[in-house]
Design a binder for this molecule. Sequence first.
Ligand SMILES: NC(=O)C1=CN([C@@H]2O[C@H](COP(=O)(O)OP(=O)(O)OC[C@H]3O[C@@H](n4cnc5c(N)ncnc54)[C@H](OP(=O)(O)O)[C@@H]3O)[C@@H](O)[C@H]2O)C=CC1
Ligand SMILES: O=C(O)[C@@H]1CCC=N1
Length: 269
Amino acid sequence: MKILIIGGGNMGKTYARSLLRAHLVRKEDLMILVRSPAKADTLRTEDIGTVHLDAEACLAAADLIILAVKPQDSAKLFAALRPFTDPQQVYLSIMAGVTVATIQRGLGVEKIIRAMPNLPAQIGLGMTSFTASDAVTRIELVLVQNLLNTTGKAIYVNTEHAIDATTAISGSGPAYVLYFMQAMIEAASEMGFSPGEAELLVAQTFRGAVELQMKNDLTCAEWIKRVSSKGGTTEAAMAAFEQTSVFEDIKSGARAALARAEELGGRGN
Ligand SMILES: NC(=O)C1=CN([C@@H]2O[C@H](COP(=O)(O)OP(=O)(O)OC[C@H]3O[C@@H](n4cnc5c(N)ncnc54)[C@H](OP(=O)(O)O)[C@@H]3O)[C@@H](O)[C@H]2O)C=CC1
Ligand SMILES: O=C(O)[C@@H]1CCC=N1
């Protein structure tokens, strides 16, 4: 099977590396299509497949095509690809917001899988949800699921709303978590720790809290209770949080991401 990745940015490169590392594709069967000669030169030095600058030279040879460009670049890309597409090809899009129907219309093909991964895919700790058009066969779906599994965990969802909601939670989510970490690192520095110490204290705290939560025997609220001694420091911190709207603000951030995903797909207000 030959795979073509379109877009050699963060996510395009992540998929190339994961697929090669997992031996799901041989280097000679992996192609990457980019649009700038400078990017092509850089990618060639990384030795992660054959790098192309022209769709005509590579699209027809591909069985599976991964669309990893920004949503804002999709219309132009579809117009450039359309003359060379083949109805037998399977297209896997990771673009935020862009719907299956838009991709079908733009490319003139039926077999579309829409997925929403996240950046920890780079280190095999990604979270992806995916859905597929009716024309995708069960075998093709399993094949793509295997591919997504090389980057972490993947779940099948029934609706495109769930893909947009995934974008708002796990797609953009790493940024929310890192934002919280950034605030804690700043607090640690202000309390006198060196930058290295502050980062270690915070990163190891996040790792430990996440591992506890992933044990799956207590809810977040129950774990918070276990950390909080009566009349102690955690209670003081939690009471201070409760005085603010930070909890609701985090939820409204996620809702803004969902609205933007819908807007990028032309479904917003
Ligand atoms: N970053 C993330 O955490 C996540 C991103 N996504 C989705 O993944 C997609 C890619 O994101 P990301 O990798 O971060 O973005 P990047 O900007 O890092 O990469 C996109 C790449 O696409 C290239 N490109 C644009 N148009 C074309 C074209 N016509 N032909 C070939 N290449 C083209 C750009 O080229 P150039 O360098 O010349 O601009 C750029 O290198 C987006 O749609 C995003 O919604 C999904 C989940 C998580
Ligand atoms: O910010 C974005 O639009 C993309 C989608 C999810 C993460 N990055």
